[in-house]
Design a protein around this ligand. Structure first.
Ligand code: ADP
Ligand code: ASP
Ligand code: MG
Length: 409
């Protein structure tokens, strides 16, 4: 008998019929002789709807109260899934994040898992119960409700699998697995049989929202092998695991896109030690996640310039954080902002041992008439910004250029 953790996302529990389907699927796994623990998300649209209501009441709602509000979405679905199981004769019980012993730290709405105490889950499992755990939520050491960032039920599932030492962890969603690019955008994207943690992490953190990036980080840290597969069919999915020598031999594993990005450029900064630290420090204090950061010295005037990208929704907060620091450090500095951009990333560990990968990507974009804004590279990723209106064409051009629709040797 194996212990199987199954995570069902928002679409998979998005209607009463879908909830019944989840219950039936869990029963099938149980009937095969396994113990099942489900982790469920809020029904699709519920979290967004709650955020919308909060924003109708306040333009800047308290993050503590947002956590209290958003955690209710998952509590609805655990109760409904449990009732569906009970209706089919299963001895099931729902469990909140606190009851699952998910202890968190960090800021409200962006909680991080500190540790897990699975005592109650073990107690219920030993009593032969089927468990339905609320995703996306935990509790701080002083008893406050915390949510784990958007897509955070993935993190709950990985953490529950790690703490229960589950034999299998399945992320059941509305696609058949992890594809070489979002299959809604690139029609000939191919489902990957396997992907390494590092590649999945880079893809997730550059826009492939099929997995929450922090959940992949957690899985890598605790060695949780997991499978992303469909909740609606039995097709084999994608295994996410540590890189191994027999993995399909690809230079680029996949392409990710991220929309609604903005660029901020600050010019006229004196070229003296400590400037970058103070400027970027002010943005870090405002909890703004910068992505690409490009800095250089203009030859003509000897002043430094910094450009960076961030989600468009953080632009106002960034300007507010930058104004006082620039006023004191560099009164002649100017801030320019540009919205309407998107980021395209090509990811693959094979890049480490291949040259010319960036050139292939840039040539493909050039041939498609797409202008590149900023460029950044890491050991296993090349990312560029393009005009947001061209991002889908850009993704298709780069996907084709690397032949990602075809299996590589
Ligand atoms: P869930 O509600 O189950 O958590 P999500 O909506 O968070 O599901 O993630 C699934 C979606 O991720 C898919 O519907 C798909 O559009 C999108 N997606 C983005 N990139 C990829 C990719 N590379 N492979 C598969 N799906 C992807
Ligand atoms: N309900 C949360 C969200 O929409 C968590 C999740 O679905 O994973 O982000
Ligand atoms: Mg998700």
């Amino acid at each position: 008998m194996a212990l199987i953790v199954q995570k069902y996302g928002g679409t998979s529990v998005g209607s009463i019929d879908r909830i019944r389907n989840v219950a039936a699927r869990m029963i099938r796994t149980r009937d095969e002789g396994h113990q099942v623990v489900a982790v469920v998300s809020a029904m699709s649209g519920v979290t967004d709807g709650l955020i919308k209501m909060a924003r109708e009441i306040s333009s800047n709602p308290s993050e503590r109260e947002l956590d209290v509000l958003l955690a209710t979405g998952e509590q609805q679905s655990i109760a409904l899934v449990t009732m569906a199981l009970q209706e089919l004769g299963v001895d099931a019980v729902s469990i909140t994040g606190r009851q699952a012993g998910i202890h968190t730290t960090g800021s409200h709405t962006r909680g991080r898992i500190l540790n897990m105490n699975p005592a109650l889950m073990h107690q219920f499992l030993n009593a032969g119960k089927t468990l339905v755990v609320a995703g996306f939520q935990g509790v701080t050491p002083d008893g406050m409700i915390h949510t784990l960032g958007r897509g955070g039920s993935d993190l709950t599932a990985i953490a529950v699998a790690a703490s229960l030492k589950a034999d299998v962890c399945q992320i059941l969603t509305d696609v058949d697995g992890v594809y070489t690019c979002d299959p809604r955008i690139v029609k000939n994207a191919r489902k990957l049989p396997e992907i390494s943690y590092d590649e999945m992490l880079e893809m997730a953190s550059s826009g492939s929202k099929v997995m929450q990036s922090r959940s992949v980080e957690f899985a890598k840290k605790f060695g949780v092998v997991f499978e992303v597969r469909s909740s609606l069919n039995d097709n084999p999915g994608t295994l996410v695991l540590e890189e191994h020598p027999h993995m399909e031999n690809a230079v680029i594993r996949g392409v990710s896109i991220e929309r609604s990005q903005a660029r901020v450029t600050i010019t006229g900064i004196p070229d003296t030690p400590g400037m970058s630290g103070r400027i970027l420090g002010a943005l870090a204090e405002a909890e703004i996640n910068l992505d690409m950061i490009i800095s250089n010295i203009a030859q003509h005037d000897g002043f430094a310039r910094h450009s960076f990208t961030m989600p468009s929704c953080d632009l106002g907060k960034a300007q507010a954080a930058l104004k006082p620091v620039l006023a004191s450090l560099a009164p002649d500095a100017k801030i320019e902002t540009e919205g309407g951009i998107a980021k395209l990333s090509a990811v693959g560990t094979g890049m480490r041992s291949h040259s010319g990968v960036a050139a292939i990507m840039f040539q493909a974009l050039g041939a498609a008439g797409i202008n590149i804004g900023m460029i950044s590279t890491s050991e296993i990723k090349i990312a560029v910004t393009v005009d947001e209106t061209q991002i889908e064409d850009a993704a298709r051009a780069v996907h084709d250029a690397f032949g990602l629709d075809k299996m590589s040797a």
